[in-house]
Design a protein around this ligand. Structure first.
Ligand code: 3NM
Ligand code: MG
Length: 533
């Protein structure tokens, strides 16, 4: 008897808020425009109205929504829902208890509950809610979310989706969702096994828009494109190589090697916001690989830069461009550009951990790379100790750590070390190229991030058969492999050079070897093992 709500289309859930209407605009005109823009369900949310006036608005809303065959939900007020014959009610945590509402309402009534924590989601499931509103996912000015814990962020939505998985209770995210962050929100909000949102709830992006019909269309279009493009893999990226069944050891090496030439042909712009210690060396590595570096950090230039195709690296080793980092990743997500995140020393201080969370709430990375201490900190593991920004020792089960972190963060994860492990959440690839001299120069890990951003940039430009609803196009797993191979293989060849006597002579030799790298060298030298799930 969980039939109720099965056909409920929550994909574009409009919450009305008359306070937000542009000056002098009529509520019903606006509502009808939004209905023409094909919102799929409407909630009437009025916080400051007397009962009579609320009922009048509810009746008017019902008449209009019946015309468009769209269900109406009443926020909080069970009496109003009963009086106007609405499809159901939406309950906040301090509203009528779910069980009481269920008892008061007819059996077919839809009941939704606002949740901010996994515990609240669990209770809503147990109480028989039909759907839940998860949020606030982002800060918003539409509702007071200033109390600590009111904004659950991406991680909070993920945790609640894990609770909901398999229960049949549907979920929408709410809070600060708009046409610029919708695709990223849909991609990012999923449980580790890929349980995703059924829709998004929006107030201001529609209601405060000069053209609510167009605003709703924009959101609906993005939702439909995303729903059509979601890949079957656990992290939801389009993975072309895998679709062609090429994830064999030889297939990967051949395709990765070919990308060395792709980079040189396409000269991708590689935009880097990186730390003060490694800027020059990162720009030189980009040039040597055939990319075009730009080290631009100011917040005001990020929108312009993101319109140029290529790759983005965000490395927070020295944290003085936070606003630039926040904006750069957001704009990259909006423009389908791959984002490589290098959370240098993330386990070292509480400030870095908080900053990583803030950045990952603001944008979706394509690749997260880190050493054992950094990956351990992101995975909440105590197995690996950090010393400054370097890590000591490794994991007992590195393949499982990267696979699981990839699933949690919905991106490719690379764990660098003597052996590098990377995963898209299902396949794990083990790379054993490199040289110990890499551990004796500063920023070896940082320039690995640069190399990956360079290859991801080229692969995304080269992507054919692109999906509109994909956050990034192109095979990013392959690009990550290629970037890692390029740097570690060049390091091996540099270390073998006669003139290299130690770290001082190694660095320029490494740049030379990167500049001389060819697909043939990669084919000949690559040490790869592929482990399919
Ligand atoms: N509920 P906008 S956030 C009504 O967190 C509401 O439960 C929230 O408005 C929650 O789309 C919110 O303009 C306001 O940000 C959403
Ligand atoms: Mg309420």
């Amino acid at each position: 008897t969980v039939k109720r709500g099965v056909d409920l289309d929550l994909s574009l859930y409009l919450v009305t808020g008359r306070d937000l209407l542009p000056q002098g605009k009529s509520y019903l005109t606006y509502l009808e425009d939004a209905l023409k823009g094909e919102v799929s369900i409407v909630q009437i949310r009025e916080k400051n109205l007397g009962t009579a006036e609320f009922l009048e608005i509810a009746n008017d809303t019902m008449s209009l929504c019946i015309k468009y065959n769209i269900p109406v939900i009443i926020n909080d007020r069970i009496d109003i829902a009963l009086a106007c014959g609405a499809a159901g009610v939406h309950l906040g945590q301090s509203d009528m208890p779910l069980s009481t509402a269920r008892w008061l309402l007819p059996s077919h009534a839809i009941i939704g509950v606002s949740c901010t924590t996994p515990e609240q989601a669990r209770k809503a499931v147990e109480g028989g809610a039909d759907y839940v509103g998860l949020g606030a996912v982002y800060a918003t000015s539409t509702k007071d979310v200033s109390a600590p814990g009111s904004v659950c962020g991406i991680a909070g939505v993920r945790a609640m989706l894990s609770v909901l998985e398999g229960t049949g209770v549907k979920a929408v995210a709410i809070g600060g969702i708009n046409s610029t962050n919708l695709l990223r929100t849909l991609h990012s909000c999923a449980s580790p096994t890929g349980h995703t949102l059924h829709g998004v709830a929006v107030v201001s992006d529609i209601v405060a828009s000069p053209d609510p019909c167009a605003a709703a269309w924009r959101l609906g279009d993005t939702f439909r494109a995303w729903a059509a493009a979601v890949s079957p893999g656990p992290i939801g990226f389009q993975v072309t190589t895998k679709e062609k069944g090429q994830y064999t050891r030889d297939g990967i090496v051949a395709a990765a090697a070919a990308l060395v030439d792709t980079v040189r042909h396409l000269r991708p712009l590689v935009h880097q916001i990186t730390n003060n210690v490694v800027k020059t060396q990162s720009a030189n590595v980009t040039l040597a690989l055939g990319g075009s570096p730009i080290m631009a950090e100011a917040e005001a230039e990020q929108a312009d830069l993101a319109r140029m195709p290529g790759g983005l690296l965000i490395n927070f080793g020295t944290l003085d461009a936070l606003d630039g980092m926040l904006a750069a990743g957001r704009h990259a997500n909006q423009n389908g550009k791959p984002v490589v995140f290098d959370p240098v020393g993330v386990g070292a201080t509480a400030f870095r951990r908080a900053t990583a969370t803030e950045l990952l709430d603001a944008w979706q990375p394509t690749v997260i790379k880190g050493n054992a201490a950094e990956i351990g900190a992101l995975a909440d593991s105590n197995e690996v100790k950090a010393q400054g920004v370097d890590s000591l020792g490794g994991f007992k089960n590195a393949p499982e750590v990267v696979r699981s972190l990839a699933r949690t963060h919905r991106c490719i994860v690379l764990l660098s070390g003597p052996t590098d492990y990377l995963s898209d959440g299902s396949t794990v690839i083990r790379l054993s190229n490199g040289h110990e001299l890499l551990g004796q120069i500063t920023g070896a890990g940082c320039v690995l991030g640069t190399a990956i951003a360079t290859f991801c940039g080229a692969a995304s430009i080269a992507a054919i058969g692109s999906h509109e609803g994909s956050l990034v196009n192109g095979d990013m797993l392959l690009a990550t492999v290629a970037g890692t191979l390029a740097l570690t293989i060049a390091a091996q060849h540099a270390a073998a050079r006669e003139e290299v006597r130690g770290p001082g002579t190694f660095l320029p030799a490494l740049i030379d070897e990167l500049a001389m790298l060819t697909p043939e060298i990669v084919l000949r030298t690559a040490k790869i093992e592929v482990e399919m799930e």
